[in-house]
Design a protein around this ligand. Sequence first.
Ligand code: COA
Length: 326
Amino acid sequence: MTTRIIGTGSFFPQMIVSNDDLSKVVDTNDEWIRSRTGIKERRISEGQDTSELAIEAAKEAIASANIDVKEIELIIVATSSADNVFPNTASLVQFGIEAENAVCYDLSAACSGFLFALNTAHAFIKSGIYKKALVIGSEVMSKTIDWKDRGTCVLFGDGAGAVVVAADEIGIEDMVMYSDGTKGNVLLCEDRKVGNFLTAAVKNEEVDSSYGFVKMEGQEVFRFAVKQVPQCISKVLEKSNTNIDDIKYFVLHQANIRILQSVAKRLNVDIEKFPTNLELYGNTSAASIPILLDEMNKKGMLKSGDKIVISGFGAGLSWGATLLTW
Ligand code: COA
């Protein structure tokens, strides 16, 4: 018994922000952004929070799976931009879709979050604990961005993607996941600071209630991704004794077109096998993989029996790959 994706969905805020729009708020331009990243525009929330995007994506995935929402036993939301410290986003989704039989929690692994969440759901399903789960990647990254930092603000966008997974004879075949906490500082968004009125008063200091924003050492992250992603994809294929030529698509986290091109080159695989939609959405962090899967599903690109590799990578540092049969 393994875990099969039986439904997909996605949802975006309506507001489209082009590179030209961004050039009005920071010193940048369309040519720089497109040539360095492949991004042309992104969606930005004007008020909808992460759970609201997640709920809409989830409803679509459940309709696509054609199941009763009451069958869902587990909801995991992968996110770095949760509505609240608590309750978790997954519980808000449970309420929003009336999935009262599901246990709910969020998973924080930045842009690897969806992959790690999918693999976590797989562990529950493979072990027989649950039969159906909802796995969501949802982000309002625009909350976490310093809109004065041109090195990061041009890269990210908001959106949500969801999949319903169920116990089946075919589906996930193998997975590899990795973390390197020594490189936590190269891609980082700090939460609220330690400190409060009590401790500040003792030291006669002001309380620092500021929040952090995304900070990134771009070139370091780029080098990490183009080295580790091909290696982990090769590893999952080797572990499962699968020939790379048998893979129909490599569905990678949509960070940057140059990362996708470099990974394809290093694996000696035609770039046509790396679908992309980042030109329209930018980097939607944990949401990018389920959003792309949903787009491919809606276009009829995924046929039963197709072998695909999913790979996520990002802050932590964290990365991994999963081989599955559609
Ligand atoms: N518009 C115009 N110029 C910009 C800019 C922008 N948005 N952002 C940075 N620049 C400038 C820099 O200030 C620098 O100028 P200088 O030479 O005068 O100092 C110049 O462009 C080159 O900056 P650099 O950071 O070296 O660019 P780069 O070629 O490394 O490209 C990234 C930057 C972010 C596109 C690239 O490093 C990258 O893709 N990294 C991976 C990021 C990523 O995918 N992160 C998420 C992973 S989950």
